[in-house]
Design a protein around this ligand. Structure first.
Ligand code: MG
Length: 154
């Protein structure tokens, strides 16, 4: 068995599409980043890579490379899945926590869960999607994601 942990944060900007967990959510602000700013997929990508000692998202997809400008973060997660499969592992389950002031994630949690489960090749019941407000942290204009994954040998 292997465990992996990932963390990411992105700042909200008006007029930018909001992508979380591979799902586009309707909101007046979105997450800015070199790619599509999908903070949840970035944290999961790092968790997968970390679990098999394969570096991190920044070393695989350098922000300095214009190729990744506006990139769909599903590409990053799929590459991380190839790394764990090459190392002989598959995902058992994943658990995640988002920290953001808005929009509320609860109404979209099932949709995010299904999207992430499909990407990780597990059942939706094997993916935790939780959200907290950033009370007292002074990060109201950011979205933060924490992710842990458990892997088992194929
Ligand atoms: Mg990121």
């Amino acid at each position: 068995m292997r465990i992996g942990y990932g963390y990411d944060s992105h700042e909200f900007f008006p007029g930018v599409p909001l992508k979380i967990g591979g799902v586009e959510l309707h909101h007046d602000k979105g997450l800015a980043g070199h790619s599509d700013g999908d903070v949840l997929l970035h944290a999961l990508t790092d968790a997968l890579l970390g679990a098999v000692g394969s570096g991190d998202i920044g070393s695989l997809f350098p922000p300095s490379d214009p190729k990744w400008k506006g990139a769909n973060s599903v590409i990053f997660l799929e590459e991380a899945m190839r790394h764990i499969e090459k190392a002989g592992y598959r995902v058992v389950n994943a658990d995640t926590t988002l920290v953001l002031s808005s929009p509320k994630i609860g109404p979209h949690a099932k949709q995010l869960q299904a999207s992430v489960a499909k990407l990780l090749k597990v059942e939706p019941s094997c993916v935790g999607i939780k959200a907290k407000t950033p009370e007292g942290t002074g990060t109201e204009n950011a979205c933060i994601a924490h992710a842990v994954v458990l892997l088992e040998k194929i």
